[in-house]
Design a protein around this ligand. Structure first.
Ligand code: NAD
Length: 463
């Protein structure tokens, strides 16, 4: 459907910088129409009046419709997001897992019966909020969007989702899958538009009841200000500057491999990327050599060529990463790999490693959201934990050691929503994910996520 004012947003292929498509530039009028549709769908109670078992079937049907669109989705993820074709297919599979995982919970959301004695029956109900406003970033729009939609629908909420302006295409196909699966009209509404137009109009709309925001801390703050005006709850999934701590007894080969995976996957454009590595001084030089080798073996190129690393999303993002690298050099850090864009069309940043970094430097505190690793030496576990916890963020953290006692000691002290030991991204659809401190609050993924989409209603009955 076109935007009310006819506006369009060009969609670029980050591997070439060329315009490959355009999408409607939704604005306040489109958001208003979408929220009204979601409100009508919510008030109709259609989702609440079909049985929980039917909601299970509905989620499974969306997953099965996605299967039929998998080739198209993989292709658009490659073209508008810079992923490889294989990663595009992986995104479809991950999204199906979310739909089936949450679908499978639709008939297991049980309340409690609270004994009050006498002639009273007391019980609780999971009550949906109503219209859930959801804002999604560009790095993984399909799974990030679909998991929130699934949580909302199985709990009886309806949704208005603003898709990311830089990589909007896969969520259009998700909308198609929802429609083909028979999701009730108005229950899922996807509007594409710029953050300052459609995004701001959505979070400040007078008729939304709930917000799920995934994006940067700065934008998150403005979303929270809008939510405060209307006292509505938010799930906030914000940025990160996650540290891996490498103790002297770690398996260095395995550590280098996993740390490189943690920062160079999807060119570092993952909120929980392993962007800082804190390394015991006794193994620092040895590990840096292995990290350089890991950076060196990675091939870089457009997703269509199936290389290890694709482009970053935009010229703006590439310039930001380069500028922060420059600041690192000016602050006295040393580039041992990469450090500046590749001299070719598209937005390619090579795997970059900084050494000689101190915890006070900007590059040790600010999120690159690119393939840039900063390595910081430490001497004692207490110092490592202090540095790891020393930024504004608290999304993820890692520990590399053979000593389980030390791993537990460290995990207990790290302020992060998830801690990985001897690997990066240990977990899955089933494990709760979210931040501490400025990385946000509330949880996505796992059973915990559902608690963010319902409020408890207590019903007390005197016979
Ligand atoms: P961003 O905050 O600029 O944009 C995120 C989304 O918010 C986009 O859809 C954008 O259009 C929208 N937006 C922008 N301004 C808005 C406004 N005033 N009101 C409402 N919506 C607005 O972030 P980005 O640069 O697109 O994404 C990268 C950031 O997202 C990083 O900080 C990254 O760590 C974070 N992120 C976090 C998670 C997580 O789960 N914690 C996952 C992915 C990305």
């Amino acid at each position: 459907m076109d935007a009310a004012n006819g506006g369009r947003i060009p969609v670029l292929d980050p591997a070439t910088g060329e315009v490959i498509s355009e999408v409607p530039r939704g604005g306040a009028a489109d958001i208003d129409r979408a929220v009204n549709a979601a409100r009508r769908a919510f008030e109709s109670r259609l989702l609440l009046e079909i049985t929980p078992a039917a909601r299970v079937e509905l989620m499974f049907e969306i997953a099965s419709q996605l299967e039929k669109l998998a080739d198209e989705i993989a292709l658009v993820e490659m073209r508008d997001n810079g992923k490889t074709l294989q990663n595009g297919y992986n995104e479809v599979a991950l999204t199906q897992r979310y739909l089936k995982y949450y679908g499978g919970m639709a008939d297991k959301l049980e309340g409690r019966q609270i004994p009050l004695g006498g002639d009273i029956l007391d019980y609780t109900i999971h009550m949906p909020y109503g219209v859930s406003a959801q804002i999604v970033p560009w790095n993984g729009p399909l799974p990030v969007g679909a998991r929130s939609v699934a949580c909302a629908l199985i709990t009886g909420n309806t949704v208005v989702l603003k898709s990311p302006e830089d990589s909007p295409l896969s969520l259009f196909l998700f909308a198609e899958a929802c429609e083909r699966a028979g999701v009730p009209k108005g229950a899922v509404n996807i509007v594409c538009g710029y953050g300052k137009e459609a995004g701001a109009a959505l979070v400040s709309h007078h008729d939304i009841d709930h917000i799920v925001f995934t994006g940067s801390v700065e934008t998150g703050k403005s979303v929270l200000r809008a939510a405060a005006e209307r006292v509505i709850p938010c799930v906030m999934e914000l940025g990160g500057k996650s540290a891996g701590i490498v103790y002297a007894d770690a398996d260095l080969h395995l550590t280098a491999r996993n740390a490189a995976k943690g920062i160079f996957t999807h060119s570092g454009q993952i909120c929980s990327a392993a962007s800082r590595l804190l390394v015991h001084r006794s193994i620092h030089d040895q590990l840096v050599e292995k990290l350089k080798a890991e950076a060196g073996i990675r091939t870089i190129g457009p997703g269509v060529e199936g290389r290890d690393m694709g482009p970053v999303i935009s010229e703006k993002q590439l310039s930001r990463i380069e500028a922060l690298c420059k600041a690192g050099v000016e602050e006295g850090a040393t580039v041992v790999s990469g450090g500046r864009r590749l001299d070719r069309a598209g937005y390619f940043m090579p795997p970059t490693i900084f050494t000689g970094v101190t915890p006070q430097m900007r590059i040790a505190n600010e999120e690159f959201f690119g393939p840039v690793l900063v390595v910081i030496p430490f001497d004692t576990p207490e110092e490592a934990v202090r540095i790891a916890n020393g930024t504004d963020y608290g999304l993820a953290a890692g520990i590399f050691t053979r000593d389980l006692r030390l791993a537990h000691w460290t995990a207990d002290r790290l302020v992060a929503g998830q801690v990985y030991v001897n690997d990066w991204w240990v977990g899955g659809v089933e494990t709760p994910f979210g931040g501490a401190k400025r990385s946000g609050y509330g949880r996505e993924k796992g059973q915990e996520a559902l608690l963010g989409y319902v409020q408890t209603k207590n019903v007390g009955i005197r016979y």
